[in-house]
Design a protein. Structure first.
Length: 398
């Protein structure tokens, strides 16, 4: 909603801090929104029932089709991303898979990145080919590689930026400028940045995808997904969604809505904490390398500064030493919990090789491109001096 500014006599866009509190629709008497904990909604009469059944994305028909709490949270997310509309799913993978299944058919071609979230990569490598969709993966930092991969049947380019594990950045505008003249859609997984730090639709991305499990929910308590796009595409994707059924429960939608209220504050703190921790790590003698788009040492720092207004929670770094030393470091951290995920209030740290450590030797991991000394740290909202002290004491254990 745009508000009239009496001083300027013009239209003024609300700030994010305000719209996350007010843009989810009219309040009834309850200050906190009610949870519509119901699978189904009754009609007054048969005529109204027909209308409910026939209206796309009706928020009060059947919860797999929609729910008032979903609608409220989605309104805020769409505002934050600057898209016409948004819809919610039961997980980030629900958002990604439902979108891909809607847009693609046998005979189509997709361009994706060499590095994607693990389950997205699995869809690209294993599932889409099974359904007759051809996939080319390209090095995401190389715009020319995207250009070279375009074929007459290319339907979609899927990007994700920044991406695991070394926070490589994709030039969103450059990819959109290649895609659109050829009628190719661009979908961007914006999970790692959050809409507070990057708005891919501003650069022309047609669909912006989120694991709302991360920053948007922000408390490591729900899994949820969001698809932000035009009304027309959302309706198509919604039709698939009603069949696929990656539904978010009304309770989890409510927790997401509650999380959204503090998103701007949380991300502001997280950005500041993560940059400070990245700088601190870079100055420690036990650290081999730090990967953070906000650091001038990041090879794509200039591009990151151009398309991001902050650099997010995830700081990746390599410890001097091997598997054992890295394991000792991660085990010695007290404040950051040893858990996957990112973008929430708690700091989390993962020794990435530990996921394969039980089944691979150090030599095998090296061949597979999994460095044994790699740590992924998602910085939370704790006090930065406490986080630095904790990291410092753990580094002394190496
Ligand atoms: C976590 C994540 C996903 C998957 O989201 P879920 O909510 O776990 O299904 C997809 N993309 C990125 C970049 C993620 O970090």
């Amino acid at each position: 909603m745009q508000k009239q500014d009496p001083e300027l006599g013009g239209i003024k866009q609300q700030h994010n801090e305000t719209l996350v509190i007010h843009e989810d629709g009219n309040r009834d008497r309850s200050v906190s929104p009610p949870i519509y904990y119901t699978a189904t909604f009754q009609a007054e009469n048969a005529a109204e029932f027909t209308e409910m059944a026939e209206t796309p994305r009706h928020p009060e028909y059947y919860t797999r089709y929609g729910n008032p709490v979903h609608e409220r949270a989605a309104k805020i997310i769409a505002k934050l991303e600057g898209t016409e509309t948004a819809m919610l799913t039961g997980s980030g993978m629900g958002a990604i898979s439902t979108t891909l299944l809607t847009l693609l058919r046998a005979g189509d071609h997709v361009i994706a990145q060499t590095r994607h979230y693990m389950s997205t990569a699995k869809i690209m490598d294993e599932m889409l080919p099974k359904f007759g969709v051809d996939v080319t993966v390209v090095e995401q930092s190389d715009v020319q590689a995207f250009a070279d991969a375009i074929k007459p049947n290319t339907k979609l380019i899927m990007i994700e930026t920044p991406a695991n594990p070394t926070l490589v950045v994709t030039d969103i505008k450059a990819v959109v400028d290649l895609a659109h003249p050829q009628g190719i859609l661009v979908a961007a997984d914006n999970t790692f940045a959050s809409p507070m730090n990057q708005r891919p639709h501003d650069y022309g991305a047609d669909i912006v995808l989120h694991s709302a499990t991360k920053y948007l929910g922000g408390h490591h308590d729900i899994t949820a997904g969001a698809i932000c796009t035009s009304e027309a595409l959302a309706e198509q994707i919604w039709r698939t969604h009603t069949a696929i059924g990656s539904v978010l429960s009304p309770m989890d939608a409510w927790l997401l809505l509650r999380g959204l209220r503090t998103l701007p504050m949380r991300v502001e703190r997280i950005n500041a904490n993560a940059l400070a921790l990245a700088e601190f790590l870079e100055a420690q003698p036990q650290i081999e390398q730090v990967y953070y788009p906000g650091l001038p040492s990041h090879p794509q720092h200039e591009l990151a500064k151009k398309q991001m207004s902050g650099f997010g929670a995830v700081v990746a770094f390599a410890v001097k030493g091997g598997y054992k030393e890295t394991e000792r470091f991660v085990s010695s951290l007290h404040l950051s919990l040893n858990a996957v995920s990112l973008g929430g209030v708690d700091s989390l740290a993962v020794h990435t090789a530990a996921m394969w450590g039980g089944v691979m030797t150090e030599e095998q991991m090296k061949t597979a491109g999994i460095p044994s000394n790699f740590v992924r740290y998602s910085v939370g909202v704790e006090h930065i001096e406490d986080l630095k002290n904790d990291v410092w004491q753990a580094l002394q254990q190496i």
